[in-house]
Design a protein around this ligand. Sequence first.
Ligand code: SF4
Ligand code: SF4
Length: 68
Amino acid sequence: MISKKYSVVDTRRCVSCGTCIKECPKDAIYIHKGCYAVVDTDICVGCSLCTRTCPADCIALVDREVVS
Ligand code: SF4
Ligand code: SF4
């Protein structure tokens, strides 16, 4: 079953610290070319662990659009 939410990174504010990557139970986050974190939205289950631990407060949960 697909989650109702997923997280997105504000890439302008991300400092590539990797905290979110360590926190994510689904391994849904990677650092793009050493510059900023990217969430694989197909894997993310919207658990919010990353959004709560990001020291730069730059990950937010957003609603997944329902495809009917
Ligand atoms: S919301 Fe949960 S599953 Fe999604 S990227 Fe963050 S820690 Fe991983
Ligand atoms: S925890 Fe926040 S600042 Fe650190 S890599 Fe993840 S999104 Fe970027």
